[in-house]
Design a protein around this ligand. Sequence first.
Ligand code: MRU
Length: 407
Amino acid sequence: MGWSTVDRPRSGLHTFDCPPDNGHTDGMADQYAQSGDDKRPTEVPAIRWEEPPEGPVLVLLDQTRLPAEEVELVCTDASALVEAIGSLAVRGAPLLGIAGAYGVALAAARGFAVDEAAEALAGARPTAVNLSVGVRRARDAYQAEIVKGGGPEQGARAALAAARQLHREDAEASARMAEHGLALLDELLPGGGHRVLTHCNTGALVSGGEGTAFAVALAAHRAGQLRRLWVDETRPLLQGARLTAYEAARRGMAYTLLTDNAAGSLFAAGEVDAVLIGADRIAADGSVANKVGSYPLAVLARYHHVPFIVVAPVTTVDMETPDGASIEVEQRPGFEVTEMTAPQAPVSGVGGGNPVAPLGTQAYNPAFDVTPSELITAIVTEEGVVSPVTADGLAELCARSARVTTD
Ligand code: MRU
């Protein structure tokens, strides 16, 4: 298996007294708020391609070790990347697409069987459609070069160029989603001072740029319009607590962490103005698969008349999946629920964590759930906003995006 790890200097998170944020009067729950003061941007990119003398490698920031430590994982072949994807060392829909494309380029550059690597990469996780889209883009570039009569070296260069292009496009898409999303928030919630609830992690750790839903919250923060980012911890793997809080702290955003089951009382107290989430796959009928726990938030939002906004690049829209029921939802191992793995804590369970349930307990552990379009106020993409969310609206968006790409 081709991987190794590189330890980075530790960059612990600090807690600070809560400074007044943007002059707004804090509400009931805000008294518990913590504002991260650490304004350093994330120094370690989530993914990068390197060409040391020993041959090309794909370097990943190992997200399973955050926020305790910043450790990089160096992949020298596609099977190491497949393992990193399965363990969520690299994760989040847009980044999975970028990783998949670089994985194909890595296999080609190292002289491995490209089709075999592409198949293994595309199948590493089933729900985020971006993964297979990214893999296909690099593989098609490779094959087109071979068909033209180029050798494997030219094919490898073409695959790498395609991966780099996707990486750049995702960064551009992220910036445009942030603009469209902020404009939508301002339209739906005139007066600013937004209190936004988010789930899972959708920032720079999942993107070539600053992310999807998180990028919108960040744009609001920069515009002085974000009063509070409510961060769901996101059980069982705590992407909210470990990763979104890490990013929010580094950006100096006013954020507060809550357990997933505290969201209901927060809505009931009138403390949430909008929900912003990402997506792993958007079906042709507008159903959205995202991190498990998104659907209950949509139900809560509807009951409390709060806008529920999905932010995702067009690459997450899958017109070949007709509806929500056709989306394959990844089932993950039960030990993620029956054990807790705090980064750095001593471990003893079968999955390497501390048991929190009796030995042998069966667990239901879907990684995602599906929210039907009627519960979604708007889908924000780099090509614009779809609202109301309908099959026709999405089809028009995809047609527009295809025109832009081919022009
Ligand atoms: O299992 P994960 O951590 O890969 O799940 C990620 C999510 O569900 C994100 O919300 C989604 O990919 C959107 S990221 C922009």
